[in-house]
Design a binder for this molecule. Structure first.
Ligand code: DC
Length: 220
């Protein structure tokens, strides 16, 4: 246990938790952990090394020795795997779905637990994911659960992908997001759920500035 403060932001895919977490980290001057990026980069590494996405043991071994580095450049997170910049590659829908599959394996989650906790460094940590407030940092000082309807989230994802020059289809995105929600919520270990002591916020009708303001008030 440590007294270094932590703000956890959990929620489903596309709820805006990543943007909120990065804005809060920059506002507070705290470190930032994007735990989803860790599962995404692991899935990417598994595909690169031709490991099937359902085989727990080799995946957990890979997770334990994963050569990954996160660099926060302003509000832009760079992700390096084995010396290669994979920041863009791991953001595709395909990478997100692959991440959700490896993340359902208990041995993989166990192998990544301490690596995530090591990000708790002074002066503080802001982190986003699915189980940050429930499993990884149950003693966090501030916990937020950010949600929004599947349609709103798919619309945001569509816009984000378009801005990155990645083509997608809105109805496919709604179906993929709903399928991913089901897998993330229904799994036996560390399912997506709000911690009992989390502030639950529905961002369907709120812009990111309003969400940031609400959370700044909460942390203050
Ligand atoms: O937040 P994201 O969309 O980048 O996460 C990708 C996948 O990783 C998500 O579908 C589920 C998994 N994940 C998880 O199981 N636990 C976390 N703390 C973060 C992500």
């Amino acid at each position: 246990m440590t007294d270094i403060p932590v703000l956890t932001i959990d929620g489903p895919s596309g709820s805006g938790k990543g943007t909120l977490a990065q804005r809060m980290a920059s506002h507070l001057g705290w470190h930032y952990l994007d735990s989803g990026a860790l599962y995404r980069v692991l899935a990417h590494a598994a595909l690169k090394h031709q490991l099937p996405l359902h085989e727990a043991e080799p995946l957990a071994e890979l997770a334990a020795r994963l050569d990954v580095e996160f660099l926060l450049e302003g509000q832009h997170l760079q992700v390096w795997l084995e010396g290669e910049d994979v920041s863009l590659k791991i953001r595709s829908e395909q990478a997100g779905n692959a991440a959700s599959k490896v993340a359902a394996l208990p041995a993989v989650r166990a192998a990544l637990l301490q690596r995530q906790r090591n990000f708790r460094q002074a002066p503080g940590l802001v982190t986003d994911g699915r189980d940050m407030g429930t499993v990884v940092f149950p003693d966090a000082n501030f916990k937020v659960f950010l949600t929004a309807s599947a349609e709103v989230r798919a619309g945001r994802r569509y816009k984000q992908l378009k801005e990155k020059g990645i083509e997608s289809n809105l109805s496919d995105l709604i179906a993929e997001i709903s399928e991913r929600d089901q897998r993330d919520t229904g799994r036996s270990v560390a399912p997506l759920q709000a911690a009992n002591d989390a502030l639950v916020l529905d961002s369907s009708a709120l812009g990111i500035d309003a969400v940031v303001k609400t959370i700044c008030d909460y942390v203050r």
